[in-house]
Structures are given as C-alpha cells and as structure tokens.
Design a protein around this ligand. Structure first.
Ligand SMILES: Nc1ncnc2c1ncn2[C@@H]1O[C@H](COP(=O)(O)OP(=O)(O)OP(=O)(O)O)[C@@H](O)[C@H]1O
Ligand SMILES: [Mg+2]
Length: 138
C-alpha cells in the first residue's frame, strides 16, 4: 500500500521552477531514499511531502485524501475562519459564508466541491476525484 503519494506537482520558489509534472509514491514500510545531483530538487520534494512547501500545482495525498482533514475540521469547529495564501488574507468570516470551491482552489490549488456536511451543515470539502470507470464507460 502507499499512504503517501504526490501527483502532478509543480514546485517552485518565486521564479525558480524546480519541478513540473512530478509524481512519486512512497511505499508503506519502505526505507525510501532520494538520490540525485546537487540542486536537482531532492530537498524541495521532501519539503512538499512534509507540507513545508505548498505545491504551485498538483496535490500531495496522505491516505488517499489531499490533506484536507485540517480544513474540514476548521470548517466544522471554527466560527471565524481566516484563509491566507502567500502572506495575504484571501477571505475571512464564518466558514459557511466564505468557504467555496473557488476559495479552496485559490488557497490550496485544489479542485473540489463544497457541500453541506450532512451532520453539521458546515461546508464539507470533497476533492474532485477521477471518475470511476463503470461497466458502461468501459
Ligand atoms: N529557498 C529557495 N529559494 C530559491 N531557490 C531555492 C530555494 N531552495 C532551493 N532553491 C533552488 O531549488 C533547486 C533545488 O534545490 P534543492 O535544495 O531541492 O536541491 P537538492 O537536490 O536538495 O540539492 P542538494 O543535493 O544540494 O541538497 C536549486 O536550484 C536551488 O538553488
Ligand atoms: Mg538537499
């Protein structure tokens, strides 16, 4: 199984684009080592996997979820939410008023739908998935 994987990452510092279209899977229970010449992007990839660097594009998945737990928890429990990106406040207010698919896309670069949580009616962010192939589409 692979609990940690990244898909289609663009990693960059300001104007320096270090990686584009990068995908990796870290197999569970493996002792994974990244090798390559100086400045090829090893530490940058590790920063992205550890959430220390936000990918400009693409997504890091943990347990199949694009690291959304925090955000859905925030939507459930916060009464006032401040959404930031790059040192700027993009929106603030009650989660039900400000959390939209557009905001999540702008803040996290994550295509998603936002639906009411069936339990609490607070916003629930559902990552846009690939369509599952059914017998019909096959
Ligand atoms: N904070 C930063 N701001 C701008 N550019 C950076 C920053 N950190 C790294 N870079 C650039 O990103 C590229 C990838 O760097 P990274 O540190 O990921 O490489 P690395 O493979 O870990 O190298 P090394 O083997 O030297 O540890 C390099 O060109 C580096 O100059
Ligand atoms: Mg390094």
């Amino acid at each position: 199984m692979t609990r940690l994987r990244a898909e289609d990452l663009t990693l960059a510092y300001e104007k320096r684009v270090v990686a584009e279209g990068l995908g990796v899977e870290i197999p569970d229970g493996s002792f994974t080592v990244i090798v390559g010449p100086n400045a090829c992007g090893k530490s940058t990839l590790l920063r992205a996997l550890a959430r220390l660097l936000r990918p400009r594009e693409g997504t890091v998945y943990l347990d199949g979820e694009p690291l959304l737990h925090d955000l859905n928890h925030a939507c459930r429990y916060a009464t006032h939410l401040i959404a930031m990106r790059g040192g700027e406040v993009l929106a603030e207010g009650p989660p039900a008023e400000i959390v939209t698919a557009g905001l999540v896309e702008r803040v996290f670069g994550l295509p998603c739908r936002v639906i009411p949580d069936p339990e609490t009616e607070t916003p629930l962010i559902v990552p846009a998935g690939r369509r599952t192939l059914t017998a019909k589409t096959l």
